[in-house]
Design a protein around this ligand. Sequence first.
Ligand SMILES: N[C@@H](CCC(=O)N[C@@H](CS)C(=O)NCC(=O)O)C(=O)O
Length: 237
Amino acid sequence: MKIVSSGICPFVQRITALLEAKNVPYEVEDIDISDKPDWFLEISPLGQVPVLITDDGRALHESDAIVEYIEETAGDPLFPADPVEKARERAWSYLATKNYLVQCSTQRSPDQVTFVERSAKLNEAFATAEKRLSDGRFFRGDKVGMVDIAWLPLLHRAAIIQQHSGYDFLAEFPKVKAWQQNVLATGLPKKSVAEDFVEKFTNFYLSDETYLGHPEQGQARQACCGPTERSVACACC
Ligand SMILES: N[C@@H](CCC(=O)N[C@@H](CS)C(=O)NCC(=O)O)C(=O)O
């Protein structure tokens, strides 16, 4: 099968992470999302990635529908069999996916005020997960499940931002932080993206145009809070 991607889209990463978790072989074709080719517009009614093209050439759009298709056809179920538990895991997955674009826009914030405003919504999602997480390595114990896959793009991107800017979205959420480390340790985040992903991602989100990427802002916050305490909760910065 083929996944049509645009490089750094979190909805695409959810799909490729799921395929990696299930060991399903796939190819990726990148398109320029700002100049969508006609063949893509013909198979993607909303003009959005991801699109999955099956081996017999049929196209599927909408990441939730694609997840269901892969879960039903690829074996090695990642949702629990019990319908109630499955519905719950869908709901927890939805909390992640409805925050993908929130995280993207937070990372693209041009200034501190916008950044604090946008991170507040993302923090709500992390705080909700913090309350629900137990002591297992993953959302449902010690085996990767569908909720882990849905949260993987958020957790992976938070790790890259921390590594490259020093800012930690998860500083206030120790259980989510531990979950992030366990998900990273599976190797799935890295396997689910192209080799140049980190470069493309940091060029876009840690550029001179963004608050997180702006060196002067970073220095001001470090001088104020200390390098390890960079937090939106810090009143002085
Ligand atoms: N609801 C869609 C959202 C996908 C989405 O927002 N994709 C973005 C890239 S991350 C996109 O294709 N944007 C181009 C556009 O909307 O024109 C899904 O779950 O698949």
